[in-house]
Design a binder for this molecule. Structure first.
Ligand SMILES: Nc1ncnc2c1ncn2[C@@H]1O[C@H](COP(=O)(O)OP(=O)(O)OP(=O)(O)O)[C@@H](O)[C@H]1O
Ligand SMILES: [Mg+2]
Length: 179
């Protein structure tokens, strides 16, 4: 089983949004068996799964297991990341193009390096403006670890039922990071 962990100690960067759409893309568009869990007390992804039971497999059957995490440095997140050391896991870290996000990315990289799992981590830019150049952010993130080529633009709304554009965005990101 492959684990897909959306992690960032910064809040509001897109973890829950991407957990939900990744589940949809893998289970619905790609007919994979997908299970998931949530270390966030807000339970956004867990709630989504409870409303999409037809797309949720049992943990035993699942080919992919998605985790949404709380946007803070918590004991539950530390436990999950420690367990990810020995698993086939990809840790996806959404980063918005801002200096505060870059500072937090540095802290995240330090933490993951201490846990010896930085090699499983991939940063990706979310909330970008179309046709803008983010090479400066890419360069800074690149000093810390891997950065996905796919970047996600800011859309008016990432709806509960995502549009074809959002599905395409997440499909391209997953294709890049899962192969
Ligand atoms: N690319 C985007 N374009 C427009 N809105 C976005 C985008 N990505 C995320 N959002 C919106 O930003 C808000 C925060 O996203 P989300 O809840 O997924 O973040 P989070 O990292 O899970 O936050 P928290 O740490 O509080 O759990 C949501 O309203 C979501 O719809
Ligand atoms: Mg969330």
């Amino acid at each position: 089983m492959r684990y897909l962990i959306y992690y960032s100690s910064k809040g509001g960067v897109g973890k829950s949004t991407f957990a939900k759409i990744s589940h949809l893309v893998l289970a619905d568009n790609n007919q994979k068996k997908v299970a998931g869990d949530d270390t966030d007390p807000q339970q956004h992804y867990a709630d989504w799964m409870s409303h999409h039971k037809n797309l949720v497999s049992s943990e035993e059957d699942a080919e992919f297991f998605i985790y949404d995490t709380q946007g803070a440095h918590t004991a539950a997140n530390a436990e999950l990341l420690t367990a990810a050391c020995d698993a086939d896991a990809v840790i996806l870290i959404p980063v918005k193009p801002s200096n505060d996000d870059l500072k937090e990315a540095q802290r995240i990289a330090n933490r993951l390096t201490q846990l010896n799992i930085m090699d499983k981590a991939i940063f990706f830019l979310n909330g970008c403006v179309a046709n803008s150049n983010y090479s400066n952010y890419r360069a800074e993130l690149g000093k810390l670890g891997k950065v996905a080529r796919k970047q996600i633009n800011n859309r008016k709304a990432f709806a509960e039922i995502p549009t074809a554009r959002e599905i395409n965005d997440v499909s391209a990101l997953l294709l890049e990071v899962l192969i």
